[in-house]
Design a binder for this molecule. Structure first.
Ligand SMILES: [Zn+2]
Length: 136
């Protein structure tokens, strides 16, 4: 997990919800963990209020750690505002993605010639104008 940004809300998120089912299977089904990113590291710091009563029977430290381990390689989480999936890139995914290469529009020979013709024409006009000024 690196940056948390929701394309739907078009804003940076303070935290996302990670579904317990993704790393805890059936017993964590429906439990939503709050995760934020501190210095590029995912940190689980709480639960959705609806999940709190259910979670009291479990060892919080254990599941918090399981959640954080999962987040290291997670690529999707839930936006707390619109509940849409948010892409939470991990370093591996970010590195493996081909970097966009900026390709400048190559100038064709015709474009170059047109510019050249324009320059010659301008020089000619300026020359004539100067000539007229000097001879008048
Ligand atoms: Zn959103």
């Amino acid at each position: 997990m690196r940056e948390l940004f929701c394309d739907e809300c078009k804003k940076k998120l303070d935290f996302v919800y990670v579904h317990g089912y993704d790393f805890g299977d059936r017993i964590m089904e429906g439990v939503r963990f709050k995760v934020r990113v501190i210095d590029g590291k995912p940190e689980c710091f709480g639960l959705h209020p609806d999940s709190e009563p259910y979670m009291v029977q479990f060892n919080w430290e254990h599941w918090k750690q399981r959640c954080e381990e999962f987040c290291e390689r997670a690529d999707l989480a839930e936006c707390p505002h619109c509940r849409e999936d948010v892409l939470v890139e991990n370093d591996e995914i970010a590195e493996s993605r081909p970097k966009p290469i900026a390709i400048g529009k190559a100038e064709s020979a015709i474009d170059v010639l047109k510019k050249l013709k324009f320059c010659i024409l301008m020089t000619f006009i300026i020359g004539v104008a100067f000539g007229l000024i000097l001879t008048s």
